[in-house]
Ligand binder design. Structure first.
Ligand SMILES: [Zn+2]
Length: 175
């Protein structure tokens, strides 16, 4: 049985500040709610899945997110590590994109992107060499930017979280 780890991007720092973007919806809060749904749909597809959320109001800086998550991911024996994010710009940017670094990551990224592009504008699966989540993880890894958290139309489409979770899960499982 294949095993995935779902990481919720960002955290809430000791001082109460959230390290994520916020617009019509808050990126971190949205993905914290999406992650358990994604786990359910992955399990329906025959995968095992764990969710990683950073402890809230514990970290002094966002750099601690990385040192918290990477050991959990790299010692977990996972086939796939994915991190959930939402994009942000000036309110006009919209659509889904999925980042990868390796060839195994690319296959997952392309499948998830294809699913998300059935609902959101298709910004493509993109190779990216500058993200710690892709550079520091041992399993195949993807970083999913499901839509733009500061775009009204995207947030309307993203309201159906079960649908978004199912799209990502089906993309991962190749359904
Ligand atoms: Zn983010």
């Amino acid at each position: 049985m294949k095993k995935a780890v779902i990481s919720v991007g960002h955290s809430i720092l000791k001082n109460g500040m959230c390290t994520s973007a916020s617009g019509v919806v808050n990126e971190y809060q949205y993905n914290k709610a999406l992650a358990p749904l994604l786990k359910v749909y992955l399990e329906k597809n025959g995968w095992k899945a764990d969710v990683i959320v950073c402890p809230e109001k514990k970290f002094a800086s966002k750099e601690e997110e990385k040192s918290y998550k990477l050991p959990l991911i790299n010692q977990g024996g996972y086939d796939l590590a994915l991190e959930l994010h939402l994009n942000a710009s000036d309110g006009t940017g919209h659509g889904a994109e999925v980042y990868y670094k390796t060839e195994t990551g690319k296959a997952y990224a392309q499948r998830v992107q294809k699913k998300l592009a059935g609902v959101f504008r298709d910004r493509g699966a993109k190779k990216e060499d500058h993200l710690y989540f892709l550079n520091g993880t041992k399993p195949a890894a993807i970083l999913v930017e499901s839509f733009f958290c500061d775009n009204k139309g995207d947030c309307e489409l993203g309201k159906d979280m079960k649908k978004v979770a199912k799209l990502i899960a089906d993309g991962i499982a190749g359904k």
